[in-house]
Design a protein. Structure first.
Length: 171
């Protein structure tokens, strides 16, 4: 994907936010890079406590909608693939219901990417029918809700710990 022309260049603030500090400008798998950038953010927010994690998730989502909307308008592209703040928001949503352990952070990454790429109903409908910054972010938040439900079930029933023990040869 080409960078925007000078005549259609988004403001610097929206570029920095919408592309998650430039992760979305990487030429291969920008959504995966955007999700990867969300991991240290999740760890940092978790260190501040549960309320900070929730507030941070809400703020990233709201600011993401605004930045994505400005970026889409400036580039004249709906859901520009360079916008990855939506992946950051979706990943944080995935982690809302579980402790942010290393296992859960990794599982959240995998589950969120699966649901973000798969886009099961109604995620695909949101992606197709809601436009602008809200549409860009809303489908990833919806994918994050699916991933959060799966992650909560896996964590609640101890399935991730058992799987990890088997993979590492532990008991």
């Amino acid at each position: 994907m080409r960078p925007p022309t000078a005549a259609r260049r988004p403001p610097l603030w929206s570029t920095l936010l919408a592309t998650a500090l430039g992760a979305g400008l990487l030429p291969v798998a920008p959504g995966t890079w955007g999700t990867a950038l969300a991991v240290p953010l999740a760890i940092g927010l978790d260190q501040l406590g549960p309320l900070a994690f929730v507030v941070g998730t809400v703020l990233v989502t709201i600011v993401g909608v605004i930045a994505a909307d400005v970026y889409c308008r400036a580039t004249a592209q709906e859901d520009n693939q360079q916008i990855v703040i939506d992946e950051v928001a979706g990943y944080l949503v995935t982690l809302l219901l579980v402790p942010r352990t290393a296992v859960n952070l990794a599982a959240a990454f995998v589950l969120f990417r699966i649901f973000d790429i798969w886009k099961p109903p109604p995620v695909r409908a949101i992606d197709r029918h809601i436009h602008g910054g809200l549409g860009v972010v809303a489908d990833d938040v919806a994918a994050g809700v699916y991933a959060a439900a799966c992650l909560w079930l896996l964590d609640h029933f101890g399935l991730l710990g058992g799987l990890l023990a088997r993979l590492t040869g532990g008991s």
